[in-house]
Design a protein around this ligand. Structure first.
Ligand code: NAP
Ligand code: G4F
Length: 410
């Protein structure tokens, strides 16, 4: 065989192999790794990718109690063959663990969603937050590089509108300068730039989604929206007297997590990696969110006073709406509460430095990714309220039946 023939032969074999590989991956489906699979976004993402035919691997932390509530409906017995959801114990602070998992499963896509994601808590645990949210991202990027997976594995980094902090421009878009205002945001700033750096230095398909606040019935109970929808549900069912809140005047651009995980997916399907703002473009104060949550069940709450003296008082109840949402069983006792204060302010929820206003401009994502949110704020609130009323009604039945029920305050 001449040298020319040898190279032509090799070329044809390689070409045929690449076609077989391509067809195989189409038949077998793609493999994704989700860090933070037990969290709000991780749970929705896992469900979405499984429906698309992916085999999904997730990293969960060891905990002393079960911590897989949000994905239990997707869970499969480890003894079943050809599972499409496989969980691995791990932690973003453990490089060896991450490198081992990535090397074993060689994912086509990594969604790095794990984080210590609570802004207020990051002031209490700044070092840990930097380790997980900042260095955790580096560990994943470096594992992909060292394992020689740069051409195979695409990486999504969960960046955040918190990067804009003390906003330098309204609305905020991809070119708006960052000004982080918490240890969480500063850690995420490192993660943002190390993702850009690995993309530029090593040609990785690594992208940032700069996501504005997104909520859902799966939202953690200590974030403001879920705290509100849980508390409002308990108050109208007669299980809680009032709720203490922090800064009522800050404004957020809220969307639904179900819409936002679709944007994450689209970002990784692009030929070229890039960074995108994902937002609805509508901003609402915490005060208005609370009023809208009460309004969803026909209750009007009026806010008066200022700062730590601000209060929210029940001023009207629409019987028809209330009964439709809750059943007439609860109306009689609730309407006796007319004129009562149900929202108060406790400065313990204030942050040392606050982000006052977030409002995003997601034109780039809408044009290039053809992404568009389905949920409006009223629809999001309805989804969350319906879910929490259902949940709290179970508790109310238990309480009426003489069983002890707990409330969790934080
Ligand atoms: P979340 O509900 O708080 O979920 C965070 C996930 O990270 C959980 O699965 C958690 O595990 C896991 N985790 C925490 N520390 C870890 C560690 N050391 N090692 C491994 N896993 C760890 O957050 P989310 O709302 O789904 O947000 C997903 C990502 O998007 C986060 O990175 C967040 O910072 C970012 N983000 C969120 C929003 C938003 O509005 N939701 C907006 C912008 C960016 P446990 O279940 O064991 O706690
Ligand atoms: O619900 P939050 O705690 O969310 P925050 O701080 O905006 O952060 C969330 O969104 C970010 C995206 O912008 C993510 F990166 C981050 O991981 C997280 O998901 O607070 C929202 C606002 C704040 O201004 C806060 O001061 O609500 C105000 N607030 C008022 N009362 C309260 C409360 N926040 C909480 N958590 N609890 C309160 O009682």
């Amino acid at each position: 065989m001449t040298i020319d023939n040898h190279f032509a032969y090799k070329f044809i074999i390689n070409y045929q192999l690449s076609i077989i590989n391509c067809q195989l991956s189409k038949i077998m489906g793609k493999v994704a790794l989700i860090t933070g699979i037990t969290g709000q976004d991780g749970a929705y993402m896992a469900e979405y990718l499984i429906k698309k035919g992916y085999t999904v691997h997730g990293i969960k932390r060891r905990a002393s109690l079960f911590n897989t509530d949000r994905i239990d409906h997707l869970y499969q017995d480890p003894h079943v063959e050809n599972r499409n959801l496989i969980l691995h114990y791990g932690d973003l602070t453990d490089s060896m663990n991450l490198t081992g998992i990535i090397g074993e499963i060689k994912p086509d896509e990594i969604y790095n969603l794990a984080a210590m994601s609570h802004v207020k808590v990051s002031f209490d645990t700044p070092e840990y937050t930097a380790n997980v949210d900042g260095l955790g991202t580096l560990r994943i990027l470096e594992a992909v590089r060292l394992l020689g997976l740069v051409d195979k594995t695409r990486i999504y980094q969960a960046s955040t509108s918190e990067l804009y902090g003390l906003v330098q421009e309204v609305p905020q878009k991809e070119t708006t300068p960052f000004y982080p205002r918490s240890p969480y945001a500063v850690a995420k700033l490192y993660a943002y730039w190390i993702t850009v750096n690995y993309r530029e230095a090593y040609g990785m398909h690594a992208s940032n989604g700069i996501l504005f606040n997104h909520e859902s019935p799966l939202r953690g109970e200590t974030f403001v929206t879920r705290k509100v929808t849980r508390a409002v549900s308990r108050i109208v069912l007669g299980m809680q007297k009032d709720v203490y809140m922090g800064n009522l005047s800050s404004k957020r651009d809220w969307g639904h997590a179900k819409d936002y995980i679709k944007a994450m997916y689209l970002i990784l399907q692009q030929d070229k990696p890039d960074d995108y703002v994902i937002s609805t473009g509508i901003t609402t104060s915490i005060r208005d969110f609370i009023a809208m949550a009460f309004e969803e069940i026909g209750v009007t709450v009026d806010f008066t006073g200022e700062g730590i003296n601000e209060i929210g008082t029940i001023v009207a109840v629409d019987k028809k709406v209330f009964n439709k949402k809750l059943g007439d069983h609860y109306y009689e006792s609730f309407q006796k509460r007319m004129g009562e204060v149900v929202v108060k302010v406790d400065p313990q929820y204030f942050r040392p430095t606050e982000v006052d206003l977030l409002i995003g401009d997601s034109t780039k994502a809408r044009e290039r990714l053809k992404w568009q949110p389905y949920y409006t704020l009223p629809l999001l609130i309805r989804d969350m309220m319906d879910s929490d009323i259902k949940e709290m009604k179970k508790e109310a039945y238990l309480k009426e039946g003489g069983y002890k029920v707990l409330n969790y305050f934080e």
